[in-house]
Design a protein around this ligand. Structure first.
Ligand code: NDP
Length: 366
């Protein structure tokens, strides 16, 4: 029973296992930090959440592919099996929590030192003090997406390795899950430069909220369906598999397409969208393509992708559906926050935009 497995790992947890997990987790973050500092990357100018002009370096794709090739090689040669991440899952989770709290504490004290002590409160520990803290020349907020998503990809791969080692093969659900999640992470790094126009980079401070999200929530919770699949019997018919693939492709088209349209528009308002010159409101808000149909269709696309992840486990348990349910809540809440931010920033123009793109996340419904 997969749901019982975390408790089984907890009951056999020892100091030795925790030490191994700490060495793996901290070594992983340190190597990524080094790789991110040394590997060449594309440099793009942007504005950080404090409103300062910055030059961001993007080399996440090279870093990700380097890790994928290295992990594939050591697995193929037999020096190391990724299934160790599965057997150490709970210990790694504990280490990641310790690391996230320590990093958030360090960020808080670094930020507070630069301010008057009376102007910082405990709320700042959670929400962050600095908008764009750096260490050894690296932007920590941007860097943290690397351990987050590469960590997620490695944990996902560990579930396939564990299933292969215990049953001698992979179920169709596991194969689909691996392909979907690999494409999702690969796509993130291909489009990494688009991050400079996202809410987290342009609006959020870097505190416990984002740190815990990056180092704990994303790697350890976003892999929930994969965890479920390790011991699950084959449960997908060919017709169900085809429907899940279609849902994934549709979600990906919506998510990728809308983010790309907005990103291209921010770089050049004169672009072509779906074969026609982009229409705008005062050259500031895009009303062509997906952005003329709904104001947050990129969120809708991502929710479809996460439902496709969960559907690879079949319908035997609701457990894996906690992930898309959570993401739906998160993105719905985020859409409300973003609307407030945009109303404050664009004023009457935003009201005009709402009349043009009447729907938020679900055309004709919401
Ligand atoms: P968006 O990429 O939708 O960015 C919102 C911002 O875009 C607005 O604040 C506004 O900022 C600008 N904007 C909005 N409408 C328009 C328009 N019509 N024309 C031009 N600019 C517009 O949201 P996020 O940054 O929240 O998310 C980015 C991606 O990350 C999404 O695809 C989301 O699904 C994903 N995501 C995933 C999460 C996960 O846990 N898996 C969590 C959060 C996000 P401006 O001031 O620049 O105009």
């Amino acid at each position: 029973m997969p749901a019982a497995e975390p408790f089984a790992q907890l009951s056999t947890l020892s100091g030795g296992i925790l030490l191994e997990a700490a060495a793996m987790g901290l070594g992983f973050v340190a190597l990524l930090f080094l790789g991110s500092a040394l590997l060449p990357g594309r440099r793009i100018a942007g504005v950080d959440a404090a409103g300062k002009q910055r030059v961001y370096k993007f080399n996440g794709l090279v870093l990700f592919l380097t890790v994928v090739i290295a992990a594939g090689l050591v697995q193929a040669v037999g020096w190391f099996s990724l299934s160790v991440l599965h057997t150490h899952f709970v210990a790694l989770f504990i280490v990641a929590n310790g690391f996230a709290f320590a990093l958030a504490g360090w960020l808080f004290f670094q930020g507070a030192r630069a301010r008057k002590p009376s102007s910082t409160s405990w709320r700042d520990f959670f929400m962050g003090v600095d908008a764009a803290p750096t260490w050894l020349g690296q932007d920590l907020k941007l860097f943290s997406y690397c351990p987050s998503l590469i960590g997620l990809a490695l944990l996902n791969a560990s579930f396939a390795a564990a299933q292969y080692e215990t049953s001698g093969g992979l179920t169709l659900g596991m194969v689909l899950y691996q392909v979907f999640t690999f494409l999702y992470v690969l796509n993130y790094f291909q489009f990494e430069h688009g991050m400079i126009h996202t809410w987290d980079i342009v609006s959020e401070r870097f505190g416990w909220n984002l740190v815990w999200g990056d180092y704990v929530l994303v790697p350890f919770f976003y892999c929930l369906p994969g965890w479920w699949l390790v011991y699950a019997p084959e449960s997908l018919s060919p017709a169900a598999s085809a429907a899940i693939v279609l849902l994934f492709v549709f979600g990906f088209w919506l998510f990728r397409g809308s983010n790309q349209q907005k990103h291209d528009f921010k770089r050049d308002p004169d672009i072509m969208i779906w074969g026609r010159r982009a229409q705008t409101l005062d050259g500031r808000l895009l009303i062509s393509g997906f952005w003329g149909i709904g104001r947050h269709l990129n969120y809708t696309g991502e929710i479809c992708i996460y439902f496709a992840f969960a559907l690879t486990t079949g319908l035997a348990s609701l457990g894996p559906y906690l992930l898309p349910a959570w993401l739906t809540g998160l993105l719905w809440h985020r859409s409300r926050r973003d609307e407030r931010r945009c109303r404050a920033k664009y004023g009457e123009l935003w009201e005009r935009y709402k009349q043009r793109a009447r729907f938020s996340m679900l055309p004709f419904i919401h």
